[in-house]
Design a protein around this ligand. Sequence first.
Ligand code: 26Q
Length: 806
Amino acid sequence: RNGMGLRPLGTSAAEFEQDLLSNLYYRRGTTVESASTQDAYETLALTVRDRLAERRVRTAAAHYAANPRWVYYLSAEYLLGKQLEQNMLYSGTDRIARVAMKQLGLDPDEVEGLDIEPGLGNGGLGRLAACLLDAMATLDIPAVGYGIRYDLGIFKQAFKDGAQVEKPDDWTYQGNPWEFPAPDDQQTVFFYGHTERDENGRTQWIPGEIVLGEPSHMLVPGHGTDTVNIVRLWRARGSESSFDLSRFSAGQYAEAVDEAVHAENISKVLYPDDSTELGRELRLKQQYFLVSCSLRDIIRRFRLRNTDWAEFPKKTVIQLNDTHPTLAIPELMRLLVDEEGLGWDLAWALTKQTFAYTCHTLLPEALETWPVHMFERLLPRHLEIVYEINERFLAEVRDRFPGDVDRLRRMSIIQEEPERRVRMANLAVVGTQAVNGVAELHSQLLAETTLRDFADLWPTKFHNVTNGISPRRFIKLANPTLSSLITEGLGSDAWINDLDQLTGLERLTGDAAFREKWRAVKRANKVRLGLGDPDSLTDVMIKRFHEYKRQQLNLLHIITLYQRIKASPGRAYAPRTVLFAGKAAPAYHAAKHIIRLINAVAAVIDADPAVSPYLKVVFPPNYNVTLGSLIIPAADLSEQISLAGKEASGTGNMKLALNGALTIGTLDGANIEIRDRVGADNFFLFGLDTPAALELRHGGAYQPRAFYEQDEELRSALDAILDGKFLGVGREVAESLLGRDEYLTLADYRSYIDCQEQVEKAWADTEQWTTSSILNTARSGFFSADRTVRDYAAGIWHVSPVQVTR
Ligand code: 26Q
């Protein structure tokens, strides 16, 4: 019996089989003979989950006993990926579960196929949150992730006549076996209303709407440890007071229910935008809902073991994943000053010490701001607090830089022109003890450009923490055959939790048999993916569609290849499969035009027998963590071609390099660090660097038409689009490039085309390519999220592990 007085769950296939039968019977109310595949799936999930639940209970007990300093990660988005496979691996049941299922006559692949990915995020930022949770658990760091349990995740992408159409992602339609409801920890959230001062001069917020926050959590197990942390997600519920009783008794039942339904809209849907979203009130409401519920929960947990507010920052660090949860700063001030009666100065000192802020962008249009009038209507007390924070802050700036009015205007948390708005990034910098960018270049540019005034004022507040990825999910689970080969080559699987050990592969580049096996794995992964010729160069661009990422540049290369093959059909071209995957924000028309044009070019090439043996464009719809895990292991070439200075970091670049793809890329984001590590010989570099791009863009003299006129191949590619050669679509794309070309696509065209020719030459030397591929994997250990979390722990969080013992 274990510490809880329970019979420990078995570790053999026979015991697992018994538990499956018992769970099928008692938790699904059925038997093997009459079970549906859905019954089998839910039962398998519960049987796996049970084996983590025991570790979870021990983790909670160990954490309670230690009363440690906690990391609370606040994020509006999480892209956790499918849970079943991961939880089988982490609980050590992957093998026995499959044996047991077969014993019961169930098809493991069919059953596992019903597992659904919770798509509670847009892209990089949401997946980063999931990778950091994975690494924190693996490193035994006491942590809780807080987020929103959206009813509808990121939309499902389909193509109709080559154009993106969106469908709702009702991810819990069949239930969600991974979720633990926690109704006892429900919270109450206020919105709207007004403020009043009581007789002691204390401020009270009289709300105009009250909504309930209902928590549930999912398990976040560590790999190779007993630690199981949680991610707690909040769902909005109408409160009893939002249920209009007078209407109810007057017989207007449906009308009475109306407001409760209205309240539930808060967690209805994830906003599908990954950079800008015109200030929608519901989005601001979501942010405050997350913040209010989570802070109350954090304080509840603090009080289980502590009484003194002075201890709060010693026991708590709250990491803000971009500005989306920045309302936590004025909210903690409100709780401390209005509800707890602390003086402003003490409350402010505690607040600042508690928070840290990660910035994920440089694009000025992606910096969140909210109209003051909207902010004031929804959160009247918070606006007063923001004003007070701002006044005191501006006084400090005035002291340091007397007479510098322009600086005050730039740094103010309130923007005055052309419209009064609250600048969330300024609030986040002012209210935290540390600010970090997500790659070396990005952190440097933040301090020199976007947040320069703040770095002048507080130089030591600014840090870099280069992003990382979970090696468990993005190589061990995604690429099992390569993982086995690596384990065979290194003689142990310890590399999974200590990714720097991959450097041991370097010496194997000299082993012809190993290289042969390496190629065979890559080929088998292409066969598994099932798109295009497995012997062709698989050229992969997988990421959200955005003009700064420049999918259109890749497309111009494809059109150029197409035209070269048409012009000289006799030559021997190395077959290439160009794979795109990614979603565009539903209202981002320019990005949708690029998608439409890619699909048209793909169709034209497919229909042309002179070209199709050499060139194929594939665009599987609905890119998500699951599809990424299938594509990444099959890639030979990784396209990381954003305009220098625009991509904060990128993390897909790391996933692809780790899986042995060579990068063609600009000096942007983490590409620079990848190239520094894998070596310039194993990386295809092209394009303007950041200073050159800034000069060209802001020198005011950039004329995309000049590039069009000077470069015959470029002209011919754009003319083909303008002449309607690709089903008559995509003129908007060409016109935008010839008009403003915001992201200097035409300026980088020639350099990119020439670099792709280098790629083609390198591909022809199979052995050398394989060596480069192995070296990419061998030298990518730095990009483990374990290293990222260690950097946060040492430089920003100042937390240490707590061991969970038996
Ligand atoms: C903000 C306000 C209103 C509506 C939506 C948003 C919103 C939502 C999501 C704004 C931005 C995002 C997501 C941004 C994102 O994913 N950024 C990426 O973060 C990665 C992890 O740090 C980096 O690697 C990428 O470079 C960066 O683009």
